[in-house]
Design a protein around this ligand. Structure first.
Ligand SMILES: [Zn+2]
Length: 208
């Protein structure tokens, strides 16, 4: 840390602050103690007010402090997505962990995941790549898909059956009502024939 007691042209006590990262200088007014170190605390708080930072005995100007923060955040973000920086192959331990968790959440008999588990949920728990889980699951357990998926498919099939049944009923009713219409028309047609026979063409002419 470079924080040196100095005096300005008129002899007033000041501290010269030098950025440990880039060497930029600034001075702040702060009294000097007899041993020349008393004013440190005051100088630090004054330079901090100017945007500098003093962390771990390292003095940084505003620019370097901003840069440090950005870099720190970038590093944190990288940590949050280990999948991207992780090696492309799981380690033995990871493989074993994947096997263990799969044996708990995979339904051997029904050949699907229990509940809402998926490759992704398993990967998230172990903080590994979903592709690794899928590979081991395919090789040692069975196909993906979960009970929830099956349940959703079951619901879909049930709904389709209900809809089809409803349409069939509607169609039957339609047929019945058409049959009723046909029988009414055919009986009307018979009645018409009877009327024609009763009146006869000659009688019709005579009415004219
Ligand atoms: Zn700097």
């Amino acid at each position: 840390m470079a924080l040196d007691p100095v005096r300005d042209a008129r002899g007033a006590p000041r501290y010269r602050c030098i950025c440990d990262d880039c060497g930029r200088e600034d001075t702040v007014a702060a009294r000097h103690g007899r041993d020349g170190s008393d004013g440190h605390g005051q100088a630090v708080s004054k330079i901090q007010r100017l945007g500098w930072s003093y962390i771990g005995k390292r003095l940084r100007c505003g620019t370097c402090e901003a840069k440090r923060k950005v870099e720190k955040m970038a590093a944190k973000t990288e940590q949050k997505t280990p999948a991207e920086t992780a090696p492309r192959e799981p380690t033995r331990v990871q493989k074993r962990e994947i096997m263990e968790i799969l044996s708990e959440v995979y339904d051997h008999d029904r050949q699907c995941y229990c509940g809402g588990e998926t490759d992704d949920t398993v990967a998230k728990v172990l903080n590994v790549m979903p592709g690794w889980v899928a590979g081991i699951r395919d090789e040692f357990f069975g196909p993906g898909g979960s009970n929830d998926d099956m349940a959703a498919l079951g619901d879909e099939i049930r709904k389709f059956m209900q809809d089809t049944q409803a349409r069939l009923t509607a169609a039957k009713l339609e047929v019945e009502s058409l049959e009723a219409v046909i029988s009414r028309v055919s009986s009307m047609s018979k009645t018409l024939d009877q009327i024609k026979d009763a009146v006869g063409p000659r009688n019709l002419v005579r009415v004219k």
